[in-house]
Design a binder for this molecule. Structure first.
Ligand SMILES: [Fe+2]
Length: 410
């Protein structure tokens, strides 16, 4: 039998069946977990978790305190000055539009943002000053689309052309940062400033020879040093641009710094890197690794999220990586997944329960045949998908399935 116990009764070795709070309000990736050590119990306490559900018989009968005060979970690091008290709940309160409607608007918005990025990068290459008005308008439109349904732009990020990497990467890092900021509960002005930083973060690459940027084979030491110079060029370019807020310049300068001090150009560590710089580092790596490049194919998003999680104890701020994974979703839109029933499907969009998204079923692996496509919402009970659950994510390449085609995007 499952019973509720106070956090004080929890001991290393016990298995938490579920938490007495939302997925966003505890520090772990999954809603059930075996507690490995006392440090994990202390982390739960700092997040304000006061009670959990465990299987009966794991500990002596505890008594619940008469009244339990729920604390608001603290922000992951010392960023209180820009995190509103409603942290992590804000994005759920924004007006939600179904993805089938938002995707049309998102396509136009993304096109305009790509054009703005191309114009800016072309101006830099021609030695002209950056005009930020077009970029700011594009960032505002992207932010509006994310507020309506972030999965629309997340899905479109998967539509890439290898020869347009620099433009697509600029827009994608902008999109990811905007969504990340919204998930953190930042206000509109802060969100859009950091989003602009994402769009402009690699302007310095225009000063690096294209032959090095697009080299299909491994870079030698000299070439790698020249690529690293792009953050210094960023600083010089943005210093001559009017009305560039400080966080934008910090993102451009710091997106290759690492939390453990192993990054470049200055080897800054921990909070010596600005919040925007730390967030940009995570989004930059996520987009770079998931993209097809001239020298390698992109890695599945779920796999990259796992890698980021692994680096959360070294290269990146642990709390921010957790928030980013929650923002993107454990199973991001466009991911091929297998369900317990044996059905294969593509994630259409996330729900309030990020482990139970909306899935478009396409194939029955038990009978080995394609089925008539239908969408089920795994978060809804009573015959609408609530009985089934995701047991694994699958490689679309191995199954020779194009998830974007399934979703009607190609
Ligand atoms: Fe960069």
């Amino acid at each position: 039998m499952i019973k509720k116990v106070p956090i004080e009764a929890l001991q290393p070795g016990m298995h938490i069946e579920r938490f007495d709070c939302g997925w966003l309000d505890h520090p772990f990736i999954f809603n059930s977990k075996k507690i490995k050590n006392q440090a994990e119990i202390e982390r739960l306490k700092t997040w304000g978790v006061t009670q959990v559900y465990i299987e009966d018989g794991q500990c002596p009968e505890p008594t619940l305190p008469a009244r339990i005060e729920r604390k608001i979970p603290p922000p992951p690091v010392a960023f209180e000055h820009i995190v509103t008290p409603q942290t992590a709940r804000v994005d759920r309160e924004l007006k939600h539009i179904p993805i089938c409607h938002e995707i049309v608007r998102a396509q136009k918005v993304r096109q305009r943002a790509s054009l703005a990025a191309k114009n800016i990068l072309a101006d830099v290459q021609a030695g002209k000053k950056i005009q930020t008005r077009e970029a700011k308008t594009a960032v505002g439109e992207l932010d509006n689309s994310i507020c309506h349904n972030k999965d629309a732009l997340f899905l479109l990020m998967r539509l890439r052309k290898k020869d347009e990497y620099t433009f697509d990467h600029s827009v994608s890092v902008g999109v990811l940062l905007l969504a990340f900021c919204r998930a953190m509960g930042f206000d509109q002005e802060t969100t859009r400033t950091i989003g602009l930083g994402g769009l402009l973060h690699d302007v310095g690459k225009m000063a690096v020879p294209q032959a090095i940027l697009n080299k299909p084979s491994a870079l030698n030491e000299d070439e790698f040093k020249k690529i690293q110079q792009h953050v210094i060029y960023c600083k010089e370019i943005l210093a001559t641009t009017h009305n560039i807020p400080l966080p934008v310049a910090q993102i451009a300068m710091e997106h290759h710094e690492r939390f453990d001090g192993t990054g470049y150009p200055h080897g800054l560590a921990a909070e010596a890197i600005s919040l925007g710089g730390q967030m940009a580092a995570i989004t930059d790596v996520f987009d770079a690794l998931t993209s097809d490049r001239c020298y390698r194919n992109g890695i599945d998003q779920v796999e990259v999220l796992r890698q980021l999680y692994g680096w959360s104890h070294s290269h990146f701020n642990e709390g921010l990586v957790h928030r980013f994974i929650r923002c993107i979703g454990v199973y991001p839109a466009g991911t091929l997944v297998q369900l317990e029933s044996g059905m294969l499907g593509v994630v259409v969009e996330s729900t309030d329960n990020l482990l139970r998204p909306v899935v478009r079923l396409i194939y029955d692996t038990r009978h080995d045949w394609a089925i008539r496509q239908k969408d089920i919402d795994l978060s809804k009970p009573n015959g609408k998908g609530g009985e089934d659950r995701i047991i694994s994510y699958e490689s679309a390449k191995r199954w020779r399935i194009n998830p974007l085609k399934v979703l009607g995007l190609t």
